[in-house]
Design a protein around this ligand. Structure first.
Ligand SMILES: C[S@@+](CC[C@H](N)C(=O)[O-])C[C@H]1O[C@@H](n2cnc3c(N)ncnc32)[C@H](O)[C@@H]1O
Length: 316
């Protein structure tokens, strides 16, 4: 009938070990940073905090460091052969907590002995948590000011992914009924009764690599990517037909192409858990569009958008 959210680190550990799917208080992302010493465990717990988070445009933040190691190995081989000189400039888009970007930088060094300069961007990288000083209520907003999560006591509501009516009708009912009321009564947590905290959603792995200058992470939109130009643009688990309609995917591909050098590589893929088969491919920028140079375990879900429809859409 109902389920409580995950609001402390011991419950988060349990959720991780049992593959639970309850909503997790985003404030635990920060708490894990300071309270968990072991890097691997901290990273896994932080990824678990993000796994149920959904944002306004319908995308989730689910990720994990070793999600597509096999595909990365093939990508490194192709990129290394295509650009044998100097540091490789990479733009990684939709990076979530940056853990797969960190893994790519490390693998490049290990597999090819190459230095890479990687910029990872994500549309939802910074959040603000507003917690009431006396009452058990908390709001979490993204950087665009959209309410993403509300916590009241031990209930946690991910506003864009409320629990199902069938399995957890109480959560759904409370979410639908009370969130608008709390927003009104507490003025979205804007008053002096609330403490405000900014959270950068970089995981442990990515944070330490960012601090050491091994890579950079910034909030950014793949539909308006930085100009670069980059030799490699990677978009994993974000250009999914379940997230965006075909017209938007085509626009994204056009935008990402504009960030590539001539003959630059675009890697696109989607998969499930770490190590699961990747539906994806590596493409090379040509004068008019893209050509496929390598396919992953299974065909890329948006292969036809990248190859065939590219020229038809125009570049408005
Ligand atoms: C499922 S996660 C994928 C994370 C990582 N690339 C991976 O494969 O594990 C999708 C990410 O795309 C981000 N995202 C969604 N829309 C975006 C946009 N328009 N521009 C950049 N990032 C976006 C989300 O915030 C989320 O972190």
């Amino acid at each position: 009938m109902f389920r409580l959210g995950v609001t402390n680190i011991s419950d988060l550990r349990r959720q991780l070990s049992t593959n639970g799917r309850a909503a997790v208080d985003i404030a635990l992302f920060l708490e894990v940073s300071s309270a968990v010493a072991d890097d691997e465990e901290a990273q896994a717990l932080q990824s678990a905090v993000l796994s149920r988070m959904r944002f306004r445009n319908g995308t989730y933040k689910r990720t994990s460091p070793n999600r597509f190691d096999g595909f990365d190995q093939r990508l490194i081989k192709v990129a290394n052969e295509a650009f044998p000189q100097g540091a490789i400039q990479i733009l990684d888009v939709g990076v979530s907590d940056g853990s797969t970007s960190a893994a790519l930088v490390r693998s490049f060094k290990k597999q090819a002995g190459r230095k890479v300069e990687l910029l990872g961007i994500d549309r939802y990288m910074n959040m603000e948590i507003r917690r009431h000083k006396k009452r058990p209520i908390q709001f979490a907003f993204d950087a665009c000011g959209d309410l993403v999560q509300v916590r009241c006591g031990n209930f946690v509501f991910n506003c864009h992914a409320l629990e199902s009516w069938i399995r957890f009708p109480v959560n759904r009912f409370l979410g639908n009924l009370l969130i608008p009321r709390w927003r009104r009564v507490f003025a979205d947590g804007n008053g002096p009764d609330f403490n405000r905290n900014n959270v950068n959603l970089f995981g442990r792995l990515a944070s330490s690599m960012k601090e050491s200058g091994a890579m950079d992470l910034q909030e950014g939109d793949l539909f308006h990517p930085p100009p670069g130009p980059f030799q490699l643009v990677r978009a994993m688990n974000v250009l999914n037909p379940s997230y965006f309609p075909s017209e938007s995917l085509a626009k994204a591909v056009i935008a990402l192409r504009s960030s590539l050098v001539d003959d630059g590589l675009l890697a696109v893929g989607s998969n499930e858990n770490a190590g699961s088969p990747v539906e994806g491919a590596i493409y090379r920028r040509t004068e008019t569009g893209f050509e496929r140079v390598e396919q992953a375990d299974r065909p890329c879900r948006i292969d036809s958008i990248i190859l065939d429809q590219f020229c038809k859409v125009g570049s408005d």
